[in-house]
Structure formats: structure tokens, C-alpha cells
Design a protein around this ligand. Structure first.
Ligand SMILES: Cc1cc2nc3c(=O)[nH]c(=O)nc-3n(C[C@H](O)[C@H](O)[C@H](O)COP(=O)(O)OP(=O)(O)OC[C@H]3O[C@@H](n4cnc5c(N)ncnc54)[C@H](O)[C@@H]3O)c2cc1C
Length: 674
């Protein structure tokens, strides 16, 4: 039940938003309380916005009533930055428009466009967007830009920060700025002179201190998404350019991104890959600087535990199980404009690595079926841990970066530290060219002792990354709540003070995604941990990544597969614990339509799920279990007369086909729509 200011917020927005886009019932708020991270916050109100005017209106009401607001795109964030216990502003089914400029050197994208869709639009021109997170098939432009997400190939040269051309942004005070439009820039300069003056002063302060300016530049030679994009202060002169680059990586804490225009990058058509296998991780890391000097597009490091996690799985190379104990792999990809250039590149790489000890001879392949097989090893790593974990535990992927020349030492240190904290089963892999290592492990947050063990390990990792290597604590995934307590540890007091000022310049009332990026609570990363109780073996391996959502036919009508699973988990938890029967029956009642009756059970979700879950199968199973005596009798009758039923259905479908031939597609579409 809403109360206080939330009740008033709801009342004031009710005339503007239809009930289907202004939600506050038990089931919807629970369903929207989950993102891909291991944090849960249940919003009081969920607002699905479709236009800039609606965003401005929501921000105005939130300001008037001092209510915090969090923006949500696809909710695939891993650090807890897209959940809220206040107002969650969701992009809904809108924000999908795009404009391709000229010969596709630029593309303007609304924040609800899925990254892979943007690339599909650009593919005919031989172009793509720069940022390439592994989640690109689900993640949306709003989240990609706000997290400054990146992946295997884009490095630090082609991320959102580097490829941003212009942006439409709505600031927390409701002002709209279009940085591509000179009139909008001029109007903004007049209306926000004080704000721009403060940003300018901050930039001067950063530039005038040589040690600070060089520290900022140095830290962005590595991948870094810890804290705000301080490089904006030293890279640009015009405060409006500073402003739009600060929005990149701001994790929805500085304002709303209503459109991004990217400079696109070439998508080279010819590719070759090789799996280079070294006797140990130090050997693999020593090869990285040699590869960096060649024309390589991706170099993915995988330790022995990673390779072991996928060996024996369908489609994996047969030699994996027989590899010696310490083996480490570099999966190398090179791309070129034509076959001749590709051949040159392969020869150069092979030459550079010649003489290094390897477990198997180095062999490049440019046959798509063969290199896709190699890349399936890498793609299978995270899901394999997710699928094999004990029910009730969560899977965590951490994301640190080290200076490349010290990668070997750092990887060994990290392994030893994980072992010392009882995380021996963790797998270690990452984007070696950037010194970016991910470690994936399973974690039980159900017992205080386990939370303490996690806390001790994170404390040790952050100390090691910062003090020994001056690395980054979040290379790609954003600070969120997970690393917010450690931003000052990584950056130091002077740079952290700049970040706090940035937040107060944009959002003086602190209402936009509070607790994310800047959080004074040293224990914030250990609070609001998400329970993952057992619900049903069909879905217990779900990691709530949200990759299924983009394919779900009911996503804009009721619930998505991830949300169905979150609801089933909570209902099951309440049932087992015997807690709050009123809440349980409210959830069960609401689930009947939103979870059950509107699920198409078509299995499309399984095609995108990294652990292969078909949520439709769960719903069918629930229907079977919940079926009444009458429906069982009807089913039995149907089964006894299956031949007759099939003949009748065939006749009916033939009738539809005949009507289609007679009336044409337009009339049929109209009739079907009606
Ligand atoms: C299995 C898996 C693999 C992943 N691999 C990668 C990877 O390789 N590289 C990587 O960088 N990340 C990766 N991620 C993390 C995540 O997918 C990316 O950061 C992604 O870009 C987030 O996009 P999203 O649409 O889900 O955004 P959301 O999670 O919805 O939001 C992300 C942030 O942006 C803010 N936001 C959203 N829309 C707007 C807007 N319009 N205006 C202002 N702020 C907004 C939100 O408040 C939030 O802070 C991975 C995640 C998973 C689950």
C-alpha cells in the first residue's frame, strides 16, 4: 500500500499515465526489483516513460516531493546500479527510434534501442557502434552509455566516451540540452550559466594540478568505470562538452540520456582466430605485450579452471580435458578488410609468438564454423559456473584491471588471494589486451559467515588492486553499489572530492539514483543482498541476467521470463518460511494473469538464456500441477479423440488459408487484429 509522499506522487501522476504504466502493486514492484546484480531493492512505484515530456514531469514530481528516482534500461547491470527502493523509471517499450547520418559514419539512437539492433542497422554499411559489451544482445543504449560498457574488442579507444558525438540529456532540474543543436547549447548557456561555471572551475582545478591531471590521464589508459569519468575534466575545454562526457559512465546519477549520437567504427569482414595454449598463466601473460604490438582485435585470457569448466560440454575441443594442470589460454582474434590483409596479420602474429613455449602448436582458422567453436569456449565460461552452482547460491562476476606489463604477476596474486579466502573454485578470464580480468565464483549470502567471507575477500582484492598495482576496481561493469564504498580507496581523496562536487553540481538534492557511484556507507556493498531461494528445478539455475527479456512476447504486457522467475522464487520462499500469507496470496492472485495466462510458453526465452532455461516450460508445468478435475477430464476426452481433434483443426486452418488467399494480407491482418 502506498503512503505519504508516494501516495501523493502516484495521485499527481495518475491523470498523466495510464494505470498500465504507473505500477505499485505487490507483483509489479517485486518483479521490477531485480536486475542482473546480486542486490535487490523493491521500488514503491514503477513508471514506464515513453516521451521526454513524461521524464520531465516525473522529475518535477520527484523534486517537489523529495523522492529518489532511478532510471532503468534493460536491467543487465551487474553492480546494483539499476535497482531502487523508491521510484523506478523504466524505458518501457518506447525509445526505439534511430537516425543514420550520411554514409553511416554517425548514428543517433534513443536509449531503448538494444545494442545488437543498432549494429544490425549499421551492418549493411560495414559499420557498428564502438561499445561491445558481451551483453549487447540485451543491453540498451541508455545503459551502455550510462555504464560506459565495453567488451572484447573496443578497449579504451572505441567505448561510449571516445565515440560520443552528441547527446540529448534531461538534467535533474528538468532542463533539456541537445548538444548537437547550437540553439539548444546557447539557450542552456544562458539558463545554466552558474552550473557551467562550476563545471569549468572544476576542470580548471583538475588541469592546473599537474599530478592530479596526469593521474587522471594515466588511470584512463586502463579500462576504468570506477567513479565518474574524470577524464572529461582534462580532455575538454567547453563546459558543455565536459557535461556530456560526464554523463557517460554516470550510471544514471546525473540525469537522463534521451538520445546518443555515436561516431560509428568499421566492422571488418574478414576474421581469423586461434587458441594459443601456454604451460602457465605467467607464460600467457608474457605473450600479451607481443600481441598488443601486432594487429589483434581481441585477446581473451582463460586460466585452467576456466577451461576445465567447459571441457566435456557439447561442441568443445576434444583435447581440453587432457591439457596439463597449469595450462592457460589466449584466444586471439584478428580482423582485416580483405583476405590478403588477414593473411599478413596472421603471419605477423604467428611470428611474434614463435619461440614462446606452448602446449599445442598455434593454428589460426578463418573458417567461421571453426572459429565460432573456439569462441564458444569463451562464451560458455560464465554460464557454466552459473549452471553448476548449488541452488540458493548466487554467481558473481568481478571485474578488475591491472597495468598490462604487470598482468602475469597480478593474475598469480589474484589466484593466490582467491585460494586463501576459500574461493579456489573461482575461474579467471578476461580481456588481456586491457589488463582486464574477470573472476567468477559462486556465493551463498544466506549465512552471515558467508557474507563475512565475501566481505573479507573483497576487502583484500580492493587493497591488492589499488595498493600494489594502482589498477581499476571496475574496468567495465560500473561502480554501482558494489564498489561505491571503495571509490575513494582507488582514486584518493583529491579526485574523490572532485567526484562528490560533480554529483552536487548536477543533482544538489541527491535524488537521482542515490547510493550508486557515491555512497558514504562503507558497508553499502553488503546490504540489500538478493535472495535466490529454490523454486523449481526448471528455473533454479537462473542468474536473473535478463538476456531472455528482449525475446519475450509478453514483455510489454505483463511480465518477462526473468520477472516470472523472480516472482515464483519469492512465492516459494514465502510458502516455505510460512511468512506473510497475505502477501503470498496477493502475489499468487496477481501471478495468475501476469505470470501464467499471458505467458506464450513458446520457449523463445531459452534461445537467449545463457543457462538454457525455458520459462515457458515452468509455466506449462505449473498449469499441469494446478489443473482442476474438470480440466483433467476435458484433457482426457481430447486425448481419446485426438484424431478427430486434429482433423477439425486441419479443416479450420485450411479455412484460414483460403480466406487469406481470397481477401489478401491487409484484410486478414485487420481481421486478426480485431
Ligand atoms: C552475463 C553478463 C555479461 C555482461 N558483460 C558485460 C561486458 O562484457 N561489458 C560490460 O561493460 N558490461 C557487461 N555486462 C553488464 C551490463 O550488461 C552492461 O553494463 C550494459 O551496458 C547495461 O545496459 P542495460 O541496458 O542493461 O542498462 P541498465 O542495467 O538498465 O542500466 C545501467 C545504468 O544506466 C542507467 N540508465 C539506464 N538508462 C538510462 C538513461 N536513459 N539515462 C540515464 N541513465 C540510464 C541506470 O540507472 C543504471 O545505472 C554484462 C552483464 C551480464 C548479465
Amino acid at each position: 500500500m502506498l503512503s505519504g509522499h508516494y501516495l501523493e506522487f502516484h495521485a499527481r501522476l495518475s491523470p498523466v499515465f495510464p494505470p498500465s504504466r504507473l505500477l505499485h502493486d505487490e507483483l509489479s514492484t517485486l518483479a521490477w526489483g531485480t536486475d542482473a546484480s546480486f542486490y535487490r531493492l523493491i521500488p514503491q512505484v514503477v513508471v514506464c516513460v515513453e516521451t521526454e515530456e513524461e521524464v520531465v514531469r516525473v522529475l518535477a514530481e520527484s523534486r517537489r516531493l523529495s523522492l529518489p528516482v532511478t532510471f532503468r534500461a534493460a536491467g543487465t547491470s551487474l553492480s546494483g546500479q539499476s535497482v531502487s527502493d523508491s521510484i523506478l523509471v523504466v524505458l518501457g517499450g518506447a525509445w526505439k527510434r534511430h537516425r543514420i547520418h550520411g554514409d553511416a559514419a554517425r548514428i543517433s539512437l534513443q536509449p531503448g534501442v538494444v545494442g545488437a539492433h543498432a549494429n544490425a542497422l549499421l551492418a549493411p554499411f560495414g559499420r557498428k557502434i564502438g561499445p561491445d559489451p558481451a551483453s549487447i544482445n540485451a543491453a540498451m543504449i541508455g545503459g551502455i552509455a550510462a555504464n560506459n560498457a565495453s567488451g572484447m574488442c573496443c578497449g579504451t579507444a572505441q567505448n561510449s566516451y571516445r565515440t560520443l558525438a552528441s547527446m540529448r540529456v534531461i538534467l535533474p532540474d528538468g532542463a533539456l540540452l541537445d548538444t548537437a543543436d547550437e540553439a539548444s547549447r546557447a539557450a542552456f548557456r544562458a539558463s545554466h550559466a552558474e552550473m557551467l561555471g562550476r563545471l569549468d572551475a572544476l576542470a580548471r582545478r583538475a588541469k592546473s594540478s599537474a599530478p592530479l591531471a596526469s593521474r587522471i590521464r594515466e588511470k584512463y589508459r586502463m579500462k576504468n568505470t570506477t567513479g565518474y569519468s574524470l577524464n572529461a575534466l582534462v580532455d575538454f575545454e567547453d563546459p558543455i562538452d565536459i557535461l556530456q562526457h560526464l554523463m557517460i559512465g554516470s550510471e544514471g546519477t546525473l540525469g537522463f540520456i534521451a538520445e546518443v549520437t555515436y561516431d560509428t567504427v568499421p566492422e571488418l569482414p574478414c576474421k581469423a582466430s586461434a587458441l594459443a595454449l601456454f604451460p602457465d598463466i605467467a607464460g600467457a601473460c608474457r605473450a600479451v605485450p607481443l600481441l598488443k604490438a601486432c594487429s589483434v582485435d581481441a585477446v581473451e585470457l582463460m586460466d585452467r579452471a576456466s577451461l576445465r569448466s567447459v571441457e566435456g560440454k557439447e561442441g568443445m575441443p576434444a583435447y581440453l580435458p587432457a591439457l596439463p594442470g597449469g595450462t592457460a589460454a589466449l584466444l586471439v582474434e584478428t580482423r582485416a578488410a580483405d583476405a590478403a590483409a588477414l593473411g599478413d596479420s596472421v603471419r605477423r602474429i604467428t611470428g611474434a609468438l614463435a619461440g614462446l613455449p606452448m602446449v599445442r602448436p598455434l593454428e589460426f582458422t578463418d573458417v567461421p564454423a571453426e572459429y565460432e567453436l573456439l569462441w564458444n569456449i569463451r562464451k560458455g565460461l560464465f554460464p557454466s559456473v552459473g549452471a553448476m552452482r548449488r541452488t540458493g547460491t548466487t554467481v558473481i562476476i568481478e571485474d578488475v584491471a591491472f597495468p598490462v606489463p604487470r598482468l602475469a604477476e597480478a593474475a598469480l596474486d589474484l589466484r593466490a588471494l582467491l585460494d586463501a579466502h576459500g574461493y579456489g573454485e573461482a575461474i579467471l578470464f578476461g580481456h588481456a589486451l586491457e589488463g582486464n580480468l574477470h573472476f567468477v565464483f559462486t556465493q551463498d549470502f544466506g549465512a552471515a559467515r558467508e557474507v563475512d567471507r565475501y566481505a573479507a575477500m573483497i576487502d583484500a582484492v580492493t587493497a591488492m588492486v589499488v595498493k600494489k598495482y594502482d589498477g581499476s576496481l571496475k574496468a567495465e561493469h560500473g561502480t554501482g553499489r558494489n564498489m561505491a564504498p571503495f571509490v575513494e580507496r582507488e582514486w584518493g581523496a583529491e579526485a574523490y572530492a572532485l567526484m562528490r562536487e560533480i554529483k552536487s553540481i548536477f543533482d544538489p538534492a541527491g535524488l537521482i539514483n542515490p547510493g550508486v557511484v557515491i555512497n558514504p556507507d562503507p558497508q553499502a556493498h553488503l546490504k540489500n543482498l538478493k535472495p535466490l531461494p529454490p523454486a523449481d528445478p526448471i528455473v533454479d539455475t537462473c542468474i536473473e541476467c535478463g538476456f531472455c527479456e528482449v525475446h519475450c512476447p509478453s514483455k510489454n504486457l505483463s511480465l518477462t521470463p526473468r520477472q516470472r522467475i523472480a516472482a515464483v522464487r519469492e512465492i516459494s520462499r514465502l510458502r516455505v518460511a510460512g511468512d506473510d500469507p497475505a502477501r503470498r496470496s496477493a502475489l499468487e492472485r496477481a501471478f495468475r494473469y501476469a505470470g501464467d495466462e499471458t505467458c506464450a510458453t513458446d520457449g523463445l526465452c531459452a534461445t537467449a538464456c545463457p543457462v538454457g532455461i525455458d520459462t515457458g516450460k515452468l509455466i506449462k508445468e505449473m498449469r499441469r500441477r494446478g489443473s482442476t478435475r474438470l480440466s483433467r477430464a476435458a484433457a482426457a476426452l481430447l486425448a481419446r479423440h485426438m484424431g478427430l481433434v486434429t482433423r477439425a483443426m486441419r479443416a479450420a486452418l485450411n479455412g484460414v488459408a483460403a480466406a487469406h488467399a481470397l481477401l489478401g494480407t491487409r484484410a486478414m491482418l485487420g481481421a486478426a487484429g480485431a
